[in-house]
Structures are given as C-alpha cells and as structure tokens.
Design a protein around this ligand. Structure first.
Ligand code: FCB
Length: 461
C-alpha cells in the first residue's frame, strides 16, 4: 500500500506546526452525494432540472442516486470515524426543508439532518453545516431565483428554520458556498444551474447571494448556541502574471477583481471593485440603501476553497479561474487544474494581511485523478496523496507566518457528482463503486488517517 514517502517523524514535524485545536475534516455537498431526490417530501432543486437538459451534464448524469448517502448516512459516519476525521462539512438541501422554497416546512427533511448531526456528535466529529451549496428550490427559480431580491429574504427565513432545529449542536455555519460559481457559472455562462448566459445577470445574482448571507447572520446568531462561528465560503484563486508586460499588469488587476475581489471587497470593505465593471463593460448591481452594510456584517471566519492559481498574460483576461494545461513542466489534475501549492500559502497570507480576516478555514481542497479499483480493496492514488501533503504543508507555511487558519477540510470525503462533469471526475479520499455503492478507502485516505494520528501524537507530548 502506498502510504506516502514521509516518515512518521516527518508527518509529526508537519503536524506540530498546526495549533492543537486545529480542526481536520472532509467536505461534501447535498446534491453531490445524497441521492433520494424524490423521497421524504423533498422538493426539486435547480440541479434536478438542469441535469436533465441534454448536453448540460456529461453523459446525461444526474444526482438522483449519486452516492446514495441519504440511505448510507450511518455507514458514512462510521467511515469518517474510522478515518479519524475530527470534523465534517456537509450541506443542507434547501428543498428538503422547504419544498416550495418558503412557507410549509417539511419536518422529515429537518429530521434527516438532525440524525446526521447526532450521529456525528456520537462519534466525536464536529459538524459544520453549509446552508447553500447550489441546490435552490425550483419554485424560487420560477420566480426569478437569485435575480430576485426576495430570494435573499427567503434564504434568511430558511436559515433561521434550520438553526432552530440544529443551532444548539453545530460547530459552525457556512451561509453560502462559492457565490462566485453560483452567480457566474450559473447566470453568466450557463455551465451550471440555472443555465443563464448573461453577465449582467451574474452581477445581480452575486449581489443577492451576498445580501442573503448578510441577512442570515443575525438570524443564525439568534437561533444558535452562543458563540457558534458563522462564516461564508469563497472559491479564491491567487493571480500570477505570466510576464511583466504592461498589458499583463492590467490583465492581472482585472482578473483579481473578477476572481477574488468581486466577493471579498463587499464582505470586508463594503464596496465592489470598480475594475469588475469597467473591464467587462457591466453596470453595478441593483444596490439598495443599507445593502453594503448588511453584506459587510462582521462574521467569525472566512471559508476558503482552494484548488489552483490563475495565470494571466496581457490581452483579454481569462474567463474562469483555472488554467489550461499548457505550462511546460507544470502538473495538472484530471480537471486540467494546475497543481500549485504555494498559491495557497500566498492566498492565506493575503487574506490575513490585506483583508484582516480574523479566522480562516480551508473549507475545500483536493484533486480529481483517474482512480481504479485494484482487486477488491485497493485504490492507489499517489498523486492525490502528494497533492494533499503539499497543500497541508503550504497551509503550515502560512500558519508559521501568522495566518489565523483554524481548520482544513479535504474535498471530498467520497467520489461524487461533480456538477457538469457528472461522475467522470473523482475527488474522494474514499472511492465509490457506483453500481454497488461500496466505499473503498483510497491510499490518500489511509495517508490522511496516518497524518491525523501524527497530529494527535505531536500534540499529546
Ligand atoms: C468546488 C465546489 C465543490 C466541488 C469542487 C471540486 O467549486 O464547491 O462542490 O465541485 O469545486
């Protein structure tokens, strides 16, 4: 079994860099793993609808069954415990709680997440819940979705309903997951649900997503145990200039405004970066009096999802925060994303130094590779193992330089429905054999367990 090239001593040295209370876990999202799309009163989400539009998802796959986590929940919690995870980040499907988006509450939906949270707690695993990981109830989409301001208010109501049930037991709330993706991929270029192709609409959707976050904060605080940390998760990609040409400098600023500052600036500075609108010839979103203050409501932490950097050269800026596999000597994952661990160090330090973020969690980090089941129980994934090791090391470097990072969640616990890529991309530290729904821990999962043991040892001395 490939367990990484590091000795136990080396793993302990790396682990010792992190504070004793550092939280180690894995992450998933409702639509990507749950399945049971039509059970126990669940309403439909925009992904149920989008996935059935021909050409939108590879091989026409959907999340109808996914990893069937809804029915394997107890087994999956056992698996987390056997891996030694100390925390689990999952998301709540809004349409399970409110099938019409607002109004009648489906208590069976709340019951499911309560069973999950209690099962986690029984195993000593800290639950972190994300309230929106892209599965908007279709009923709200039919009224305009995130283009409508009222959706932000519906989200805050939904957040409070969930908090009343689970708020006494959670270790953290994440309001929105990657509003950049929900807005730009969903409304700007249409590769994600709901599939619009209108960049001005993306700006509006982004504003209402941010507003929903700000509106939910006091509602969550009031209905949760005192001191439960509340944050938002952004996908961020540090920008690197490919050369020092003058146009590259401008492309750099534009790309940074687009990929990072679009959401960071409103949250931490109370304003949008002008470059975002100027570079793309777009207008400001419909901002009403008080909106920017609501959006900039102080939170307890920022969740950072990091996969890769963005490399820019002069001329038209890149449209997406990922690279095409073209750099000589660079390594890429199965998504075509460049493996660039030092980008994570730099990103965390920037959030600390420039945005003065009080607390950071890496809420997603991981890699897709082509995995194969060898025999009955072995999945050898040395590249993913190496990716995780290098990125944890990169976080350690940022911590050593003062970045207040308090936790790390591997994306993902399980192979799952990777949005427009369907099941073709595997991100899990646990392999899922879809025909049988059997879970097989990959070598990277075994390695993570060994690292978590080293962490315990390093801090029990
Ligand atoms: C992030 C998403 C997550 C997963 C990873 C690979 O953008 O939050 O659901 O798809 O990418």
């Amino acid at each position: 079994m490939h367990m990484g090239n590091q000795t136990e001593e080396e793993l302990q040295q790396l682990a010792a860099v992190f504070p004793a209370k550092f939280v180690w876990g894995a992450a998933t999202a409702s639509y990507q793993i749950e399945g049971a799309a039509h059970e126990d009163g669940r309403g439909l989400s925009i992904w149920d609808r989008f996935a059935t539009i021909p050409g939108k998802v590879q091989r026409g796959e959907t999340g109808d069954i996914a990893t069937d986590h809804y029915h394997h929940m107890h087994e999956d919690v056992e698996l987390m415990a056997s891996l030694g995870l100390k925390a689990y980040r999952f998301s709540i499907a809004w349409p399970r709680i409110l099938p019409e988006g607002r109004g009648t509450i489906n208590t069976r939906g709340l019951d499911f997440y309560e069973r999950l949270v209690d099962a986690l707690l029984a195993k000593g695993i800290s639950p972190f819940a994300t309230l929106y990981h892209w599965d908007l109830p279709v009923a709200l989409q039919d009224q305009g979705g995130w283009l409508e301001r009222s959706t932000a208010y519906a989200f805050a109501d939904y957040a409070e309903i969930v908090a009343r049930r689970l708020g006494d037991r959670l270790s953290g709330w994440i309001t929105q997951n990657e509003p950049w993706c929900a807005a730009f991929l969903g409304y700007g270029i249409g590769v994600h649900a709901p599939g619009l192709e209108d960049q001005q609409a993306a700006i509006t959707a982004g504003h209402h997503l941010l507003l929903s976050h700000g509106l939910a904060i006091p509602r969550l605080r009031a209905a949760s145990k005192a001191g439960t940390p509340i944050g938002i998760t952004l996908n961020l990609s540090p920008i690197y200039a490919a050369d020092d040409a003058a146009e590259t400098r401008q492309a750099f600023e534009n790309a940074d405004a687009f990929s990072n500052r679009w959401f960071l600036d409103p949250l931490y500075r109370g304003s949008y970066p002008e470059e975002l609108f100027r570079a793309r010839g777009l207008a400001h979103p419909p901002i009403q009096a008080g909106d920017m203050e609501i959006i900039a409501t102080p939170t307890d932490f920022l969740g950072v999802n990091y996969y890769s950097r963005t490399l820019v050269a002069g001329g038209p800026e890149q449209k997406e925060p990922t690279n095409k596999p073209t750099l000589p000597g660079a390594e890429y994952t199965d998504m075509g994303w460049e493996i660039f661990p030092q980008g994570l160090t730099n990103l965390l330090l920037r959030l600390h130094n420039e945005y003065h973020v009080p607390s950071l969690y890496v809420t997603e980090n991981g890699a897709a590779f082509k995995d194969h089941l060898n025999g009955d129980s072995v999945v050898s994934d040395p590249q993913r193992l190496d990716y995780l090791y290098k990125h944890i090391k990169a976080i350690g470097k940022a911590v050593a330089q003062g970045a207040p990072v308090h936790g790390y969640f591997v994306w993902s616990l399980l192979d799952n429905f990777e949005w427009a890529e369907g099941y073709s991309k595997r991100f899990g530290i646990v392999y899922v054999d879809y025909p049988t729904q059997r879970r097989i821990v990959k070598d990277s999962g075994h390695w993570y367990t060994a690292f978590l043991k080293a962490f315990e040892q390093a801090h029990s001395r």
